[in-house]
Design a protein around this ligand. Structure first.
Ligand code: ATP
Length: 496
């Protein structure tokens, strides 16, 4: 409003000056110059609009019970929030109020949800921002935005008659990285310094208790001053969900969806090891979309299986290889699957020749249990499974194709893991200090051993590979169950 009045008054003055015969060109030039400086040098850029969600509104905030799993993170957070809910009790114990909580974990694990739930639980104003919003080329803009963020949180809390405010800063490593580590470090350092100043000043304001919740997946690069006690003194780990947590998250995200009686969320949870909450939400959503496309009334297990494939590999592509390529793809995938079943019976979930993303086909495994550490034997097994495709092609066609390039890359990475974990013939070594040639030789040896093993396993199964590949070419998809039945029948036949 003030800007509009000023612009109107300025225009009127210019008209009067022109009328009186004054040359206004220099004035217009300097005016434009000042405007450009104002616009680009950050004075205006500092006026950032941060996302605000007030607690009490039904949209935006969530309750802790709407977040699946994350029991430890929730417990730690709830304890830390007591200083906002019960300030007198905390003061009577002589406890220093907490200023910051750092949520550390991979993307999509619910860090933003936890911060929102914290605001809901404490009936606070919730202000959300991201580290990247504070970074500009121009000196002082970031610091100004940090000041604005805190001022706005306080003023909104006062306006809304709230006693507390929660400021959430996502990707805090962008603004809180180690000082001196950026090329334009002066601006970065100033911004971080301002955050430290604001956090130090928080204790002085008794009318609005403010809590800063930062989120990152790179706690290791944060500046020491930021994570020292008195600033972000609680570091809460927000990990990928385990099988029970995945089940709970799937249940939460399918509550409003018409599931068929045969849908087994526990099975889906078992098949989605390594998925984050965001992935699982996407699986539930995609399954519903696929069911709607088919005009189905209920969402069956089949739609969930397709949704998992879609989330892992991307949307189905129209691209169809010609019949000889398709036959090769089928043989390749059956090779992976047979080795997987031989090494870990019951591990194949599906094999398909549907093109998704860069893949012309794929085999999806179902882990028996969530595993977080792996033995050499396990990794060697994975390498064998990765090599199964190329070796099957070799056994059936007498040559290999470029389709195995990605499998080989994964096999090399897995072999490197063996070396890095001190499980190779080199013993415990630092990968950076060992000459590349030596590492290369050990990788080759590990992979060659598995290649021999896979060849020994697949050569006697050539008829079975062809038989199941035939079914795969016709049906496009073969379930783990069918593969196991075929394998069993072939073994019984061989035993006769
Ligand atoms: P990023 O680090 O990428 O910002 P984040 O950890 O903050 O991710 P959120 O934004 O909280 O992740 O989660 C994204 C979405 O994933 C949520 O809106 C929700 O639908 C789903 N989600 C993630 N974790 C959970 C969970 N534990 N329970 C229920 N839903 C979840």
């Amino acid at each position: 409003m003030i800007i509009e009045i000023a612009l109107g008054a300025g225009a009127a003055v210019l008209v009067v000056l022109i009328w009186q015969g004054v040359n206004i060109a220099p004035m217009v030039f300097f005016g434009a110059l000042i405007y450009l400086l104002y616009h680009f040098a950050g004075v205006k850029g500092g006026n950032k609009k941060f996302a605000v969600v007030e607690s009490g509104s039904t949209t935006g905030l969530v309750k802790f019970k709407q977040i699946g799993g994350q029991q430890t993170a929730k417990k730690e957070l709830l304890e830390a929030l007591d200083f906002i809910r019960y300030p007198e009790r905390v003061a009577s114990m002589g406890i220093r109020p907490l200023k910051g909580i750092l949520l550390v974990g991979p993307p999509g694990t619910g860090k933003t949800l936890l911060a929102k739930a914290a605001a809901q639980y404490t009936d606070s104003i919730f202000m959300s921002s991201s580290g990247s919003e504070f970074i500009e080329m121009y000196a002082g803009v970031g610091a100004q935005r940090v000041r604005q963020l805190f001022e706005k949180a306080r003023s909104l809390a006062q306006k809304g008659k709230k006693k507390s405010a929660i400021i959430f800063i996502d990707e805090i490593e962008i603004l809180g990285g180690k000082r001196g580590s950026h090329s334009s470090h002066h601006e970065y350092d100033q911004t971080l310094n301002q955050l430290l100043v604001e956090m130090d000043g928080m204790a002085l304001d008794q009318s609005v208790r403010t809590l800063v919740i930062g989120a990152t997946n790179r706690a290791d690069i944060l500046d020491g001053a930021l994570i020292r006690p008195g600033r972000f003194d609680r570091i809460v780990q927000v990990d990928l969900p385990d099988v029970d947590a995945r089940h709970e998250i799937l249940r939460l995200h399918t509550e409003n969806k018409p599931l068929s009686e045969c849908t087994d969320l526990q099975k889906i949870a078992r098949e989605t090891f390594g998925f984050s909450g965001a992935h699982l939400e996407s699986v539930a959503n995609e399954a519903a979309i696929l069911a709607m496309r088919d005009e189905a009334e209920k969402i069956t297990q089949r739609y969930f299986a397709d949704a998992i494939d879609k989330v892992i590999m991307g949307e189905k592509l129209e691209r169809k290889p010609d019949s000889s390529e398709l036959w090769r793809v089928a043989v390749h995938e059956i090779g992976h699957a047979l080795i997987s079943e031989t090494i870990r019976p019951g591990s194949v979930s599906t094999v398909t020749t549907t093109s998704r993303g860069k893949a012309l086909g794929y085999m999806r495994q179902m882990p028996e249990k969530d595993s977080y550490i792996y033995t050499r034997e396990y990794i060697e097994g994975q390498i064998s499974i990765m090599l199964g495709g190329a070796v099957a092609e070799e056994v059936v066609f007498g040559d290999r194709s470029t389709g195995a390039a990605n499998d080989f890359q994964q096999a090399v990475d897995a072999a490197k893991k063996i070396i890095a974990a001190g499980m190779s013939q080199l013993g415990v070594v630092s990968l950076e200090d060992v000459p590349g040639r030596t590492v290369h030789r050990v990788i080759q040896k590990i992979i060659a051993a598995q290649e021999d093993r896979v060849r020994l396993l697949l050569v006697p199964q050539i008829e079975l590979i062809k038989e199941v590949a035939d079914i795969l070419v016709v049906q496009e998809k073969v379930s783990g169950e069918l593969l196991r039945e075929s394998l069993k029948a072939a073994q019984e036949k061989a035993a006769c």
